[in-house]
Design a protein around this ligand. Structure first.
Ligand SMILES: [Zn+2]
Length: 476
């Protein structure tokens, strides 16, 4: 055997020796060395687990050895961090981040005497686009991968959300008075048509209707929206039972016992609806919501800050109602991420029931992930780390002082973690943030526009606050 032939034989032997260890399957991304919270139906946790992604989907989840079966151009070592589904914020008005920190002087009639006039004066297409970009970066940096929103000019929100790379259910507001995107009352219905048409088959954006509330939208328009949502198969997002006097008003105007009973009576409570708040739900309301298979967004931090009450979230959870967590808008809870909301979800329910055994951390994390997916009727696609689901994944580091020790990952997440512990955020298979570095839109890209916006809003907002503080009535 001459030398080249010998060399060829050695190479062949070496290669054949390797093939039995070589990875068999192609993937795009392999996450290794993490404590994987799958949030599957058994709430399985995999120590030193692996998650494999191809295109926009999760194709394998399992023990460390699983990584050997796959080859991928990108590997992420989670370094003992917690690997979990991205969190789902089920209720927001993200562009109000432009006004975050305003109107905190103790205004009683904050919604009507402050929010609405401020929006009337300052909202524009441009502001909605720029503010959404800032908000979406804030969400991505804190581990929220899907959010549901009710606002105006939803096409601008969709554009900014997609640039950052998040998933969203975007509800075009319908309300009985003229607003920024409609000079006529109820113009939101027509606006929604175009928006739904444009985004109906988008991989990240789910277009929706958002009738503001049962007291700001007529019965006829609510029924029309219900009809359209059925025809177009899109969700309907609505505020319900947020204020105590909603009930009195519904009784007077529509002879129904509660906003939910009213919705049921006029035929608009169905499986496409997501009810934001539900603070003043009766037992019967919970039964009706359950029967209709509607979703509920529980916003404990916003409800505490606004002193609007404590929703019967534990009762809904135990009754198997589709319930997820939300923050409400950035003027209501000032944070768009869910970290503090996790803790409020627990503490508010324990205080309400005078019972420290309820709403344990595992249940709260369930609510923030698969619970949110269920509330938005998206549980077949998102909310857990399981084969076939969309690859919406976050890695929460456990090396910072506030994350140590980490005996029970659910308790660590609910009671110790904060947004800055989120290390990596992946949506639909795309890495949005890695090692705290944004990969899509950087904060520096929006800083200039946000500074200019702040300068423009400041003086008007302060004058408005002086007037608003004298207004007493809650809902007029
Ligand atoms: Zn709201």
């Amino acid at each position: 055997m001459n030398k080249p032939t010998l060399l060829a034989a050695v190479i062949t032997l070496a290669l054949s020796g390797c093939t039995q260890f070589a990875p068999n399957y192609n993937a795009d991304l392999i996450i290794t060395n993490g404590e994987v919270l799958t949030i599957d139906s058994n709430m399985s946790i995999i120590e030193n687990g692996v998650v494999v992604v191809k295109d926009d989907k999760i194709i394998a989840v399992g023990e460390a050895e699983l990584a050997d079966q796959y080859r991928a151009p990108k590997q992420i070592d989670a370094q003992d961090g917690i690997v979990m589904p991205g969190m789902i914020n089920t209720h927001n008005h993200l562009p109000m981040i432009a006004f975050r920190g305003l109107g905190e002087e103790g205004i009683s009639n904050r919604l009507f005497a402050y929010f609405f006039p401020l929006e009337g004066e300052k909202l524009s297409r441009e502001l909605i686009y720029n503010a959404t970009k800032l908000g979406a970066i804030d969400l991505a940096q804190s581990g929220v991968t899907t959010y549901a929103d009710m606002y105006y000019h939803m096409d601008e929100m969709a554009k900014a959300t997609k640039e950052v790379g998040l998933r969203a259910v975007l509800g075009q507001t319908v309300i009985k008075f003229p607003v920024v995107d409609s000079s006529a009352p109820y113009g939101g219905i027509e606006y929604a048509q175009g928006f739904i048409e444009q985004y109906k088959n988008d991989p990240l954006i789910t277009p929706a209707y958002a009738p503001h509330a049962v007291y700001t939208v007529s019965k006829e328009k609510l029924q029309k929206i219900n009809q359209l949502s059925k025809q177009q198969d899109v969700p309907v997002l609505i505020h319900v039972a947020e204020f105590p006097n909603e009930e009195t008003r519904i009784k007077e105007e529509h002879q129904a016992n509660s906003p939910v009973e009213y919705m049921d009576q006029i035929g608009i409570l169905d499986e496409r609806v997501v009810l934001a708040h539900g603070i003043h739900f009766s037992e019967k309301d919970i039964e009706l919501v359950k029967k209709a298979d509607a979703g509920v967004a529980y916003n404990p931090m916003a409800n505490a800050k606004g002193a609007t009450g404590m929703a019967p979230a534990w009762d809904m959870y135990r009754s198997d109602v589709r319930i997820g967590l939300g923050t409400d808008g950035p003027m209501s809870s000032n944070q768009v991420d869910l970290w503090r909301t996790l803790s409020y979800a627990t503490t508010m329910q324990r205080l309400k029931h005078d019972d420290r055994t309820i709403m344990i951390p595992e249940q709260v994390i369930e609510m923030a992930t698969i619970g949110g997916a269920k509330a938005l009727h998206m549980e077949s696609r998102i909310g857990s780390l399981e084969v076939g689901k969309q690859a919406d994944i976050i890695i929460v580091e456990t090396q910072s002082a506030n994350m140590m020790p980490n005996y029970d990952p659910y308790a660590t997440l609910v009671f110790q973690a904060n947004p800055s512990n989120v290390d990596t955020t992946i949506v639909n298979g795309q890495i949005i943030m890695e090692n705290r570095q944004m990969q899509t839109v950087a904060l520096d890209d929006v800083r200039g526009t946000i500074d200019a916006m702040e300068a423009d809003i400041s003086a008007f907002a302060n004058e408005l606050a002086k007037k608003a503080i004298k207004s007493k009535s809650l809902m007029d």
